[in-house]
Design a protein around this ligand. Structure first.
Ligand code: FAD
Ligand code: SF4
Length: 516
């Protein structure tokens, strides 16, 4: 007996794990079939960390199991399955040849590279591919393009206000709750000498049978990939299904949201988690929707469980930044990937893959990253990102590192944050000025410098902080360009106070650090 022809083959990618995604609208198990594939290329086009691969594979397998529990027909290609061609395009072509569906359907992929690969597969098999809107966002890519069209310069604040007005989130009688749009000034606290005290551990999830099997697979198949899975302190504990993702969200809202705002930028040795949400991976895999996360935070404010400054600060990250970077990504790809405004050309230092460096801030942030697949925003922006900017590391090299190591790394959100926000490689599309600072910033926001052999106040001499030396050297190297930026006036004025001898000594020290 020949099987009935398939009407729709519905493509579900590893970061589209939502039963209510648009691609599954109208799914008829009698006529349609779902297709999911684990392929090696997705973990090797940049060397994905073991934590990241384990998360993706485990979450995909859990999702496939949920679909099977509904008796929905699914082709689920495992990584080690014989004949696996190791690429999404190759596997999709194989599935098309097997099933000969009338049409392919999918929710819009997040990444340009994946979209192109799947479109090419469909075209080469001469089969129509319907791409549906990703409803996981408050805005569409077209909304952002429309917003951008009328502006010379993009700024998060205006986009964020537009979305607040459109959605009514944190609005009262047409005005922002609390009478102001933005409580950023209240969101820059440090812990002070005494540190954060005892920080409650976030909810982490013990690997079940599926995750344990995946961990085993990753440990053998990707043994030489960065990071670890078996750390005795943190291990692997990311939410891998919707139920766990909801529990992780609830844990944040109940136990950390109230302090999120105040300590959003603070860092402390041995404290990777602090008051952050740790839900970016669940959001990016679509185990959680942005709408439900924002609603949960707004509800906490209405019930007086968290102050407005904390709730606004948190909502701004999701309703504001997350939507903003997505818009920038799709408006500027594929050229965006090639931008290098500051002509940075240094290779990525080896210590990014080991954390073995005398610089305590970098050692702490990188080793924590390799151990857990996580670092919070300021560690990413003002430690690893700052060092790379000041040292003139090639934007593509640093982009690939970020895309490799974080569990929440997917290109549409990672690339604008790295290349635009942290490296200023897009020349100011994302950020109005480079996030350049000396070691004194890190000293103010953390206790890293206390345990470091370098002195953040010194720019020359053997105990000079490399970040401080490179900060001045960065300003000198790019003085002509930066002097034209009104937001750099103060920094350039301070640079102009340096004597010729100071400048020379800084240059000598910077070249000893390998920056030419
Ligand atoms: P929290 O600090 O608790 O913030 C809450 C949520 O807000 C996050 O879960 C995230 O969904 C969202 N958010 C916060 N800041 C941003 C931002 N700048 N852009 C988009 N969303 C934001 N985020 C990713 O999801 N994937 C990445 O690959 C990624 N790479 C980054 C690289 C650099 C250089 C920088 C500076 C930032 C990057 N971010 C990335 C943004 C941010 O650092 C992470 O979203 C955040 O650290 C994730 O941890 P969390 O869930 O505890 O976030
Ligand atoms: Fe980092 Fe410099 Fe502080 Fe050392 S002194 S922790 S290198 S900022």
């Amino acid at each position: 007996m020949t099987a009935a022809p398939i009407r729709h083959l519905v493509v579900v990618l590893g970061d589209q794990l939502d039963q209510h995604a648009a691609g599954l609208d109208g799914f008829d198990p009698k006529k349609d079939r779902i297709w999911m594939a684990e392929v090696k290329h997705e973990s090797t086009h940049v060397p994905s960390s073991k934590q990241r691969i384990a998360l993706f594979l485990s979450a995909m397998r859990h999702f496939a199991e949920e679909l099977q529990a509904r008796s929905w027909p699914i082709d689920y290609i495992r990584l080690n399955q014989p004949k696996n061609t190791a690429s999404l395009g190759g596997e999709l072509k194989r599935a098309i040849q097997t099933h000969r569906p009338a049409q392919l359907i999918m929710t819009a992929p997040g990444d340009w590279r994946v979209l192109k690969e799947l479109q090419e597969a469909a075209q080469s098999c001469k089969i129509p591919l319907e791409i549906r809107e990703d409803r996981h966002f408050f805005s569409t890519v077209r909304d952002f393009a429309q917003h951008a069209r009328s502006r010379k310069q993009l700024r998060l604040e205006y986009w964020y206000r537009e979305l607040r007005e459109k959605t009514g989130i944190l609005m009262q009688d047409g005005k922002p709750a609390g009478g102001q749009w933005n409580f950023d000034q209240d969101n820059r606290g440090a812990f002070g000498k005494e540190g954060p005290g005892v920080v409650r551990k976030p909810l982490r999830f013990k690997p079940d049978a599926i995750t344990s099997e995946v961990i085993q697979l990753v440990s053998t198949e990707f043994a030489d990939h960065p990071g670890s899975l078996a750390d005795s302190i943190d291990g692997f504990g990311w939410p891998v299904n919707r139920k766990q993702a909801l529990q992780a969200l609830d844990d944040f809202i109940k136990h950390r949201l109230a302090l999120f705002g105040a300590y959003q930028d603070a860092m402390w040795t041995g404290e990777p988690w602090l008051y952050h949400a740790h839900i970016a991976s669940a959001l990016n895999l679509k185990l959680l929707s942005a709408q439900e996360v924002v609603s949960a935070a707004e509800e906490a404010y209405k019930k007086k469980l968290a102050p407005l400054a904390a709730v606004e600060g948190f909502i701004r990250q999701i309703l504001g930044w997350r939507e903003y970077v997505r818009g920038i990504y799709w408006m500027n790809m594929p050229d965006y990937l090639e931008r290098n405004m500051l002509a940075a050309s240094q290779p990525l230092p080896d210590f990014f893959w080991t954390g073995e460096t005398e610089m305590t801030c970098l050692r702490e942030s990188i080793q924590q990253t390799l151990r857990t697949g996580y670092a919070h925003h300021i560690q990413r922006l003002m430690v690893t990102g700052l060092y790379s900017l000041l040292a003139g590391i090639h934007p593509k090299a640093i982009h690939e590192w970020y895309l490799s190591v974080y569990v929440d790394a997917v290109e549409w959100v990672e690339l604008p944050n790295v290349l635009g926000m942290s490296q200023y490689a897009d020349g100011g599309v994302m950020a109005s000025k480079p996030y350049a600072a000396s070691g004194k910033y890190i000293d103010r926001m953390s206790n890293y410098c206390k345990g470091c052999r370098f002195d953040p106040a010194k720019s020359t001499g053997k105990d000079a902080c490399p970040i401080t030396t490179l900060y001045w050297d960065f300003l000198m190297r790019h003085e002509a360009l930066l002097a034209k930026n009104p937001r750099m006036v103060m920094q350039i004025r301070n640079l102009n106070r340096l004597s010729a001898a100071d400048r020379k000594a800084i240059r000598v020290r910077a070249s000893q650090l390998g920056v030419s």
